[in-house]
Design a protein around this ligand. Structure first.
Ligand code: RP5
Length: 161
């Protein structure tokens, strides 16, 4: 596995999801975790989705973050095809009914095929959760999460009303 092999793959159903999904990339960059980003559509490029999901582990990917809007089948289908942990990001897209369709499509998975679903447009938390998964077996990443949480606490404590 090369040093440049991404540990996290950020996939999304459309380039129109990037304005939301880029928040996962930003926090992963802050934490110094390698990632890749790709448009993979469950409906428009199903063959690519199969190929991606079946090869992600052997390429070195260890966590998949998948975002989609509307009838959001990408996270669940990738979770059905791969044994890697999949974090789902419901996107409030232009074709979405207030985001509820995306939330329910990603959240309500059948038993046996989990998708760890974050909040609507919650790509930042998806990035943090991906780092936390990686941190269970990598003390350097774990320590970065500890520091990040300490900084969160300090930022709140320093606020003056
Ligand atoms: C979903 O449809 C995508 O994930 C996106 O959120 C939404 C709209 O896609 P575009 O029509 O903008 O490409 O599949």
């Amino acid at each position: 596995m090369s040093e440049n092999t991404p540990l996290v793959s950020i996939i999304m159903g459309s380039d129109s999801d990037w304005s939301v999904m880029s928040e996962a990339a930003t926090i992963l960059e802050t934490l110094g975790i390698s990632y890749e980003k790709k448009v993979v559509s469950a409906h428009r490029t199903p063959k690519l989705m199969f190929e991606f999901a079946e090869n992600a582990y052997s390429r070195g990917v260890r966590v998949i973050i998948a975002g989609a809007g509307g009838a959001a089948h990408l996270p669940g289908m990738v979770a059905s095809l791969s044994s890697l942990p999949v974090i789902g990001v419901p996107v409030r897209s232009s074709n979405s009914i207030d985001g509820w369709d995306s939330i329910l499509s990603i959240l309500q998975m059948p038993g046996g095929v989990p998708v760890a679903t974050v909040a609507l447009n919650g790509a930042k938390n998806a990035g943090i959760l991906a780092a936390q998964v990686l941190g269970t077996s990598d003390v350097t990443i774990y320590d970065k999460i500890v520091k990040y949480k300490e900084e969160l606490e300090a930022a709140v404590l320093s606020k003056k009303l």
